[in-house]
Design a protein around this ligand. Sequence first.
Ligand code: NAG
Ligand code: NAG
Ligand code: NAG
Length: 439
Amino acid sequence: MPCAIAPLVVESDEELGTRRKVSGIENAGTRNCVIGLSFIFLAVGCVVWVIRDRRDPLRSAPTESVTEAVGLPQEGPMKSKFVTNSPWKTGRLKAGKRSLIDAFKDAFPNEKDWWATSFPASNHPDKTWWWQDVVYWAQYELLNRTNHTFPDGKVPIPVAKHGDDQLDPGHYVGYTRRQVCYLAAAALTGAEVDGYANGLTRYLSKKGPDGCLPRKSLFGKALFGLLTTCAADPMLSGGLHGPMLLVVKHKTIPNLESQLKNWSKTLPMSESGFRLCRYEEGSVYKQGFLPGIPNSPKELCSQPTSNGPGVDYLSTPALKQALVDSSGPWVGGNLYGGSCGTEGNLEEALMAFMPEVAVLSLFLSQDLQHPQLRAPAWVLGARMILTGLDGTRHWTNWRTNPDMAFRTGLTTLELEGQQMLVSNRKPFVAAVPAFQVRL
Ligand SMILES: *[C@@H]1O[C@H](CO)[C@@H](O)[C@H](O)[C@H]1NC(C)=O
Ligand SMILES: *[C@@H]1O[C@H](CO)[C@@H](O)[C@H](O)[C@H]1NC(C)=O
Ligand SMILES: *[C@@H]1O[C@H](CO)[C@@H](O)[C@H](O)[C@H]1NC(C)=O
């Protein structure tokens, strides 16, 4: 039984290499849940390893000059192009099987259901994005400009030695925001990559429970929601590539269980700064459920209203809230054949709300049964694209998040001497328990 999601607050503004501190854990209803020391230490040891937050956005917003540098991907100091330290190959994108308009009609059979959205943080805050605008943008600004998005029209794909997915331990791969948008749009049209049976295109037409099809269900809607944010993104306008999305796998740690137990001796839980969010948990312990544990601050914890979610570990817009998803062996859980977006557990549903994670997880595998990234893995730079999700999953009024952060919530990340901008709205950690501690 996979665990729910335990969020972490990672203080990431200390020197790299020094011991980082997990400053708070919002305990998210740990029924039947093995959280664990294992997650905590995996996160301390690894997530933090990759997050370098030089300019702490809580204290100083990114300067305009930095975001402008991204506007000049090839000329500025910031890289905004495919990066990897893995061996890689390329695959030519074949023509799609259906037009984007047909793909849209599959996802939104009744066009009145379209999530028309305005984005206050975009360059045109008053513009409402109708589906025609989005399809037009995705066709003419994205799909018709393949060579601009992928040199010579070939998609780079990392190659792993051992293979259920495309990344070996110790490797990373990064695509630009534009490239992730492109992969989503191409997959919606049913486009395949020559010689590479990527999971994304396959998943969209893979029958799920009761014969549902992801591209005709919430997942298809979510990809159009993602494309709406791509179309409105000032960091993609005029052909820009925008910030990076990175998938990182840490190196294998020998004797992990023993190592974690040893580390735990020098990192007492009492110093970890637990905080508690009592969010819609229906507890009978009205007072003092965990005496001495302070409550989470308001930006991390406020109760839902009658209209929708409040603020909990999933819905919080606060920065630097890594989302720890214990999805078992596959990022997105039993998505493939098991869910079209709403079915399944949280780890499956989360893929519709964070479609950037789903695009990367599915694109980076051609496994037969589970074409998804293997955990543990980190996806950095993804955002919560849809709203309406909290830990209770009670709500069904999903839609594209109008409060998308485009140029804000970015952090500079340095990988092997290359600097790049990455969104730090929701660092995503797909963890697997290194050992089990029943709470
Ligand atoms: C753009 O793509 C559409 C659909 O594939 C195609 O019919 C059209 O010719 C393309 N236009 C250009 C200018 O490439
Ligand atoms: C894209 O690049 C390929 C390979 O270089 C070339 O054959 C093709 O004509 C280019 N397409 C466009 C629209 O420029
Ligand atoms: C953990 O500590 C024990 C006892 O000190 C030691 O024998 C063992 O080798 C350590 N494990 C690792 C992986 O360092």
